[in-house]
Write a protein that binds this ligand. Structure first.
Ligand SMILES: Nc1ncnc2c1ncn2[C@@H]1O[C@H](COP(=O)(O)OP(=O)(O)OP(=O)(O)O)[C@@H](O)[C@H]1O
Length: 298
């Protein structure tokens, strides 16, 4: 039987009729995992379009399972994806949430994420690369293999071992169909160039998701969430200083976004510790308050 191209909410999903999904039963733990993952997804700041696509993928997968129960024709869903966006835009975070969601409904057996980059996949001699790729796919079975800066696999052209890594990944996608999801992530333009120069790859990744840079306002909200999760709070002057830094660094998003914010906050927490420890009487308020003096501008 052939491949059926099916258009689902704007993106194409290849379906193969011969592979039927397994019978799935959900447990109390799965229900908890599902609630936790949906809560995490909804609590992400911004990313509205990304959230919408994840919800669609989740709904579509669930419906396939329900159709199977009703004896209707079902096919495995091809969920290999391309995530395009600058560092710190939430790609890894969203992959982890997706893993949990798909595990909770039985589409993935484990739902874990194995994060790799070129150095983990590309070896130094013939055969070494294929071995490394297969080892990482093995670790990712039942979950997601997340290849960061995936475009760098094509960096050296035909003669580079990166090419062998791509070919082995493609073969593993065939051999382990439905047993893991491959996510190739990286900067938008580099990923588009990568797909254009490897036309055979594009059709294997029916879902492409763009992760836009956060606005200054979103970055400030992310900072507040990060601080709150760690049971700290920012004073008004600390917030103003943070905003000043974010505006100053606004044109260097390629290196920052939420990751930059996390680094600033984690550094501020260490600086605050030194400041507070030098006090004679330390109150509970001292323990939780991050002031502008704790936030470094460099
Ligand atoms: N929308 C968001 N809301 C709250 N926190 C976020 C959001 N996006 C990212 N973060 C936080 O920012 C940090 C960096 O995010 P993440 O690692 O997912 O980005 P990334 O795009 O995968 O970056 P990289 O490519 O550098 O790995 C994490 O601590 C994550 O929890």
């Amino acid at each position: 039987m052939g491949i059926w191209p099916v258009f689902f909410e704007g993106y194409k999903i290849e379906k193969k009729l011969e592979d039927k999904p397994k019978e799935v039963t959900t447990t109390v733990d799965d229900k908890k995992l599902q609630e936790e993952a949906l809560k995490e997804l909804n609590s992400l700041i911004g990313l509205n379009k990304v959230k919408e696509i994840i919800q669609e993928i989740y709904a579509f997968s669930q419906l396939q399972i329900k159709r199977k129960k009703e004896g209707l024709a079902t096919e495995p869903i091809v969920l290999h994806m391309i995530f395009k966006g600058n560092p710190g835009t939430g790609k890894t975070t969203v992959a982890r949430i997706l893993g949990k969601l798909l595990k909770s409904i039985g589409v993935l057996e484990k739902g874990h994420v194995v994060e790799v980059e070129r150095a983990d996949l590309v070896g130094e001699y013939i055969g070494h690369t294929a071995h490394r790729v297969r080892e990482n796919v093995k670790k990712a079975l039942g979950g997601i293999l997340f290849v960061d800066e995936a475009y760098s696999l094509a960096r050296g052209g035909e003669k580079d071992f990166g090419k062998e890594a791509i070919d082995t990944l493609v073969k593993e996608m065939e051999d382990n169909r439905n047993k893991f999801i491959l996510i190739l992530a990286g900067y938008k333009h580099e990923m588009e160039y990568f797909l254009n120069t490897n036309p055979g790859l594009r059709s294997r990744f029916p879902i492409q998701i763009d992760f836009p840079d956060y606005t200054i306002d979103e970055l400030l909200q992310i900072a507040e969430v990060m601080v709150e999760n760690r049971q700290y709070k920012l004073t008004e002057s600390a917030k103003r200083k943070l905003m000043k830094i974010l505006i100053r660094d606004d044109n260097s998003r390629e290196i920052g976004n939420a990751r930059l914010v996390r680094n600033i906050i984690e550094r501020a927490i260490r600086k605050q510790a030194v400041r507070v420890l030098s006090k004679i009487n330390i109150t509970k308020e001292d323990l939780i308050t991050i002031d502008s003096i704790d936030i470094r501008e460099d």
